[in-house]
Design a protein around this ligand. Sequence first.
Ligand SMILES: Nc1ncnc2c1ncn2[C@@H]1O[C@H](COP(=O)(O)OP(=O)(O)OP(=O)(O)O)[C@@H](O)[C@H]1O
Ligand SMILES: [Mg+2]
Length: 267
Amino acid sequence: MPLLSVNNIEVIYDDVILVLKGLSLSVEEGQIVAVLGANGAGKTTTLKAISGLLKTEEGEVTDGTIEFGGEKINGLDPELIVKRGIFQVMEGRRVFEDLTAKENLVAAAHTQRCSRGELDKRIEQVYHYFPRLKEREHGLAGYLSGGEQQMLVIGRGMMAKPRLMMLDEPSLGLSPLLVSEIFEIIVKLNKDLGTTILLVEQNARMALNIADHGYIMENGKIVLDDTTDKLKNNEDVKRFYLGMTDVGTKRSYRDVKHYKRRKRWLT
Ligand SMILES: Nc1ncnc2c1ncn2[C@@H]1O[C@H](COP(=O)(O)OP(=O)(O)OP(=O)(O)O)[C@@H](O)[C@H]1O
Ligand SMILES: [Mg+2]
């Protein structure tokens, strides 16, 4: 049985805007699973459907089911879903800017009711993975660099000790070096701590390199899914997500857009 299974869900915003149109995916315990897709495909909506955060945006799962550890979770309040062990690291590095880095970490554990000792242990664990946060622990989060803020939001996720951590575009706007650093840490969280990871990314190359399985999403549906080894060798993925032609040269984004209009993933 998969840890997470999303079965044929439909999501509607504001009672009328149909965004997810029968989307299914599953994540096995211990895996890293990547979801790739163009802007507006519905990736963030998928994560919010799972974490229950759609509710705060006038969005609703109107059909299908979401099961975690074999139990249905769609319809539960987001706090309860966090308690079950799912944490969504939101897109855009949202930190409490007026709190210090350390206070941000402490605040993230508030749903957990953990002892002082446990709290300190978790903070030390975050610092172990992100030594830079230790150095900046008393600095206001608002003054951290973009990369440090991304580390902090992932650290906040770790404070909740989730079984499944969902990350929405952690590489967005970071330098290649920082992207590598963040991705290495995601792999460590997975390998050392056994955290299952569901990763939404535009950086297809990095995502396919660290994930076990990948889903490709277009227009509210999954159009292709496979092991990442197979996806990396799929001609369409190579051409339109990895930017390679058969001879390995770069293609322009215009070609990608043109291709998207033609939509022939299912052929
Ligand atoms: N709160 C909302 N109310 C109405 N429509 C929304 C809302 N949030 C998202 N949408 C619409 O749903 C569609 C999917 O959006 P979503 O943010 O899930 O895409 P995405 O794949 O995460 O895109 P990106 O790569 O740009 O982050 C878009 O057409 C978007 O305009
Ligand atoms: Mg998004």
